[in-house]
Write a protein that binds this ligand. Structure first.
Ligand code: NAD
Length: 243
């Protein structure tokens, strides 16, 4: 039977994209809710909550999910670190996928980056380059930050290894450096390249997003997967079997 979804943030850009793709891919949006709507009144007839609303809504979403033992997909971002700690404890009471980026391609890029960093080692200089539209307010992007975290973890380096751009007399590049470069311009949806440059060869892993529908497709894939899981907090690496 088709999965019955409660979509929170249904009037937003992501909500509308998810609703459109759900119809095309055999999911049923049983309830499309937004600001001011009562989640508890609609949850009983749904299998999974997909939330792409506001970080202020997450606690309520998780409380309702826990009270009714329903699975959840959290797509909303922007939670403060201490806020997220409390929310994760709540999320663990039900099957919950929580990912900052639902793109299948980006999640595969994370796994490939980890593998490349492990195989290539510090003989290969690692640099991360990202480009986004001119309206983006933060840098580097959350996705670039995750890629850097993966490289730092593999190389057992701290955040002080990061070099955000270079300018002036920087001296020779040190093997312990990891470069980060944020380009901004036009209407670029999101591009990330992880470069491993050795002596005599260079490996570049690049992902280019052209349409936010990739996040909606990934979130629906996560919803289908999480509906049959045990309680616990999962990410897209779990959904895609990349762990
Ligand atoms: P948006 O502003 O277009 O839509 C948000 C919607 O949520 C609006 O309709 C708003 O009225 C509604 N909303 C706000 N507070 C609410 C509440 N308390 N209860 C119910 N509905 C509420 O934003 P968007 O671009 O659709 O993004 C939504 C969220 O998803 C953001 O946090 C964004 O960063 C995140 N996002 C995550 C991914 C990912 O892959 N994880 C991808 C894209 C966007």
């Amino acid at each position: 039977m088709a999965l019955q979804i409660l979509l929170n943030g249904a009037k937003g850009r992501m909500g509308q994209t998810i609703a459109r793709l759900a119809g095309e891919t055999g999911f049923i949006i049983r309830a499309g809710l937004d600001v001011g709507d009562d989640l508890a009144a609609h949850i009983a007839r749904c299998d999974v909550i997909i939330d792409f609303s506001s970080h202020q809504a997450t606690a309520k979403v998780l409380e309702v999910a826990a009270a009714h033992q329903k699975a959840v997909v959290i797509g909303t971002t922007g939670h403060a670190a201490d806020e997220k700690k409390h929310l994760l404890a709540l999320a663990a009471q039900v099957p919950c996928v929580w990912a900052g980026n639902y793109s299948v391609g980006v999640n595969l890029l994370y796994a490939l980056t980890q593998r490349a960093a492990r195989v290539l080692g510090s003989d290969y200089d690692a640099e991360v380059i990202e480009m986004h539209h001119r309206f983006k307010k933060d840098a580097p992007s959350g996705t670039a930050a995750r890629l850097l975290e993966i490289i730092l973890e593999e190389r057992k380096l701290g955040a002080d290894a990061l070099r955000h751009g270079r300018s002036g007399i920087t001296g020779e590049r040190q093997p312990t450096e990891v470069g980060v470069h944020a380009l901004r311009g036009g209407d670029v949806v999101g591009e990330h390249t992880v470069m491993f440059a050795g002596l005599g060869e260079r490996l570049e892993l690049t992902h280019k997003a052209t349409d936010r529908a990739i996040f909606a497709r990934g979130a629906l894939r996560a919803a289908a997967w999480v509906a049959s899981q045990q309680p616990g907090v999962y990410d897209m690496q779990d959904v895609l079997g990349l762990k």
